[in-house]
Design a protein around this ligand. Structure first.
Ligand SMILES: Cc1cc2nc3c(=O)[nH]c(=O)nc-3n(C[C@H](O)[C@H](O)[C@H](O)COP(=O)(O)OP(=O)(O)OC[C@H]3O[C@@H](n4cnc5c(N)ncnc54)[C@H](O)[C@@H]3O)c2cc1C
Length: 387
């Protein structure tokens, strides 16, 4: 493992940073408040190839890995634009389709994901199952050549912006009669698929939805992969990229908040000639948050490197740890930034309190801190499963 980025990765980081700064947090908040999406930023990032960095070149992507996509996620967030749809569309959906889709599915979907003209969101969470994916109740039934899907999903991000949703359902295994997971690429305008927007306390241009699937009929080729056996590996293949990129978004958000706060505390003077940042009661919490963010970044780099090297099991442990560390660090950084900014911290103008909801959610989604601790306790420390 090297601590240096390649020159291409360095150039990517600089270019994405420049793009993010041209838009900035003011743009992100303005879009959120207006109930609009970051359409211009998404389109430009797509045109410049940043949304498809991890997609194979033969399908219009950059041919890089999750390391490159994590750079894109982190730098946009560090510019004040944490885009959750980067995690669901290029990280989860594109990875699942590239690794487990049929050739026809790769040709149909990946070029649009790569240039940003198409988005595919991801629906696994259900009201009854929650963190326990083994209890998923959305069922796919075979009817002639078609599949018919029934169930409910919740908190699904970006359905209003996407052409398709990757639905995690269960099918009955004809051999054993047991239910097993299967993924379906479902058009968001399919008959029987309805949605209602959830009111969330997060300042974000991206929305969450309840999804209702009532006899949603899709053709056989909506099933990801050549057969039902692709379901489980396809589902797992999306999880490491999800954790690593969401962690990168958290680290970028933490960097953004610390930068805003440091600029302020270095110049704000209320006790004669000294800046408030000269008081250790102000600078130490900021420095502590900076250490936590940097530690998380190191773990993200390790997880992405392992993932890109094809070491999926080790990447799973590192990715979970990175997601945990970044979630905690981002929440700490934003909270600390608000505190050291004083009253200014709670204004819209200074652009940090606007991130409180997002970083709080980052400790819950896409996998909660408790479920990561369960994973580490069980798989790293060898403890008995408690649930
Ligand atoms: C902003 C946002 C965007 C989201 N986007 C998507 C999306 O695009 N697609 C999608 O499918 N989902 C999405 N989600 C859903 C998210 O993945 C879930 O909220 C998350 O997995 C937790 O599930 P839950 O809300 O049902 O919590 P629950 O499972 O009800 O858990 C509630 C609390 O109990 C704890 N808990 C539960 N079981 C245990 C246990 N065994 N041990 C210890 N603690 C436990 C949890 O950690 C949590 O703190 C999103 C959520 C948010 C907030």
């Amino acid at each position: 493992m090297t601590f240096d980025l390649t020159s291409e990765q360095d150039q990517l980081r600089d270019a994405v940073r420049a793009l993010g700064r041209r838009y900035g947090h003011g743009y992100f908040v303005e879009k959120a408040r207006a109930g609009e999406h970051t359409t211009e930023l998404w389109a430009e990032a797509g045109r410049l190839g940043y949304l498809g960095v991890n997609i194979p070149t033969e399908y219009g992507g950059g041919g890089g890995g999750i390391t490159e996509l994590a750079i894109v996620c982190e730098e946009l967030a560090a510019a004040g634009c944490p885009l959750l749809l980067l995690v669901v569309s290029p990280a989860i959906a594109a990875t699942v389709i590239a690794r487990h889709g049929t050739e026809e599915q790769r040709k149909r979907h990946l070029p649009g994901l790569a240039d940003g003209s198409a988005k595919i969101v991801f629906a696994i969470t259900e009201p009854e199952a929650g963190s326990n994916f083994h209890r998923l109740g959305t069922v796919a039934r075979r009817d002639g050549d078609d599949w018919v899907l029934n169930g409910r999903k919740c908190y699904i991000s970006g359905v209003d912006e996407a052409g398709h949703v990757l639905v995690v359902a269960r099918t009955e295994d004809s051999a054993t009669g047991k239910l097993k997971p299967a993924l379906f690429i479902v058009p968001t305008d399919a008959a029987g698929l309805t949605r209602s927007k959830l009111d969330m306390e997060i300042v974000s241009p991206e929305n969450q939805f309840l999804l209702y699937l009532d006899d949603v009929r899709v053709p056989a080729d909506a099933l990801v992969g050549e057969s039902l056996d692709a379901g489980l590996p396809a589902l797992f293949s999306g999880l490491n990229p999800e954790r690593i990129t969401v962690a990168a978004m958290g680290a970028g958000t933490g960097r953004y908040a610390i930068e805003r706060a440091s600029e302020y505390t270095a110049t704000r003077k209320v006790w004669g000639g000294r800046s408030i940042g000269s008081h250790q009661g102000v600078s130490h919490p900021l420095a502590h948050a900076a250490v936590q963010v940097e530690l998380a970044r190191l773990m993200i780099q390790k997880a992405a490197t392992l993932y890109d090297a094809g070491r999926d099991l080790e990447a799973g442990v590192a990715g979970n740890m990175a997601k945990y560390a970044a979630g905690e660090a981002a929440a700490l950084a934003v909270d600390t930034a608000v505190q050291v900014l004083g009253g200014a911290g709670m204004t819209t103008e200074y652009g940090v309190a606007t991130l409180l909801g997002a970083v709080r959610a980052g400790r819950i989604a896409p996998v909660s801190r408790e479920m990561i601790l369960n994973f580490v306790a069980q798989h790293v420390l060898g403890q008995e499963k408690s649930y």
